[in-house]
Design a binder for this molecule. Sequence first.
Ligand code: G
Ligand code: G
Ligand code: MN
Ligand code: NA
Length: 255
Amino acid sequence: RLLLRDLQQALDEGDFTLHYQPIVDMQSQRTIKAEALLRWQQSVRGQVSPAQFIPLAEESGLIGPLGDWVFQQATRQLAEWRAELDPDFQMSVNVSPVQLQSCKQQAQTWLQHLHDLQLPSSALVIELTESVLMESDKETNAKLQTLQVAGMQLALDDFGTGYSSLSYLKRLDIDYLKIDRSFVNQLTPGNEDNVLCEAIIVMAHQLGIRVVAEGVETQEQHDILRAAGCDYGQGYWYCRPVSPEDFGARLREER
Ligand code: G
Ligand code: G
Ligand code: MN
Ligand code: NA
């Protein structure tokens, strides 16, 4: 059984790492952003997925310090890549709704941190799941608005899996919508289900929202999405989540 003690210890001893997965421009297939993904290599269990330990971190309050660590690590890496390889590079970070709710000064803390790194807020994309929008209280909305006014961008993750409502998209002024990989999986030429992805893309564009397709695993899926006007792609067909060293090497090769 996964224990809070193990998580706390992992944080104290530096056993968490971040891997990065490319987000590519569908037209040029250039890597223009990365999503930071948390990894935990545990001595006894091996790799433990965030899907397993994030809920425990949320229940216990450890999501605060853990989320801070992710933010600091990802932004430091971003500053390095922007300075060395691409001044326009962007980083996407997953943020738990509980993390947003638990820290009163979250927006200010993040903005100050970016300022210290001399990073413009627009270099950062915060990925939220629909649960944030569904349950969001006044305070959470105010925090998100503060971040957006400062230039930070918001992405709605796993789109299509929850109780999606486009009214949320408008209300929060979402910048990116990430089509969940369960939809992208189904894409095959001539399949009637393709209209789902196509409709999402058209609607998003009409609302001024750009679209990222997640879980692109085949060239066929890439071609269908590209033809449908999808802006960005992410998935094993382009590249798996990789270590910072491997990601840097990939960027260097592309640039
Ligand atoms: O890459 P992977 O299969 O491990 O991701 C599983 C889930 O964990 C995904 O839903 C992803 O959004 C989430 N996740 C990955 N990294 C982080 C993180 O740093 N913070 C939070 N809150 N969730 C994360
Ligand atoms: O929920 P979120 O979208 O943040 O999580 C991203 C998750 O998707 C990570 O666990 C990442 O490892 C995984 N992932 C990325 N690309 C692919 C893909 O092409 N196929 C599958 N099955 N998973 C992917
Ligand atoms: Mn995500
Ligand atoms: Na997702």
